[in-house]
Write a protein that binds this ligand. Sequence first.
Ligand code: KIV
Length: 276
Amino acid sequence: MILGEYIMSIIKNNFEKMNITKIKNSKNNKKLTVITAYDALFAKLFEEIADMILVGDSLNMSFAGRPDTLSATLEQMIYHTNAVCNGAKNAFVIMDMPFGTYINKDEALKNCIEVYKQTNASAVKIEGGEDKADIIKHLTSNAVAVMGHIGLMPQYVRSEGGYKVRGKTKEDEEQLIRDAIAVEKAGAFSIVVEGVKSDVAKKITQAVNIPIIGIGAGVDTDGQVLVWSDMLGFFEEFKPKFVRHYLDGAKLVKEAVNQYRNDVQDKSFPSKEEEY
Ligand code: KIV
């Protein structure tokens, strides 16, 4: 594509490559759209539409077929982050730090440095609130850009005994607000708030000066994040209440592959035009 066409395509989509400053400045100005991606193919499709691409450890469920995210390893996440960065060179890519890779300050910094050295990820995401503030502070003061993740935290599924919506009691609401403030103070540039009652998510959003990206947290956050295979209808195991299907991906793929099989069987594929 020649340069003029490229610039026009960017203008048409209103695409603006994000950086930490632009993301922070979006607070109260622009709703941020975040989507997950795990490979180069889909990352390229999302690149100039989404503001940020998250290489979520959710890939362990939707792609590796595991029951939760806990078995994702640093090597796997680095592999998928490289694929995403290769496919979407203009995207602001965030890598989820997998379970067990940030158990203390030194481990966290060592592993995040490895991520920065081996990938072009712009930032990492860490689950935890007040309890992880000292770790986040250590990372941000050593030049690692951190996105926080509070509320329902999938890496806590076994210790919590399931996925539980947060913010149902006054105590929990206050804890979540303390978590957000602690993560902001520790230097995070943004926070994912997952599975939180919408009125509480609104209060969290108002309590901090960095963008709150909601998932299952209502409309009043500064942006939204969805797992791509959920929102495009490819993940068939279950559909959480907060997921909207923008495509019936699984149905469309099955229909197409069925059509392919029929064409193979009745010899209408390949045609004369499709042979050498
Ligand atoms: O792993 C993931 O995809 C996530 C999103 C659900 C925010 O953490």
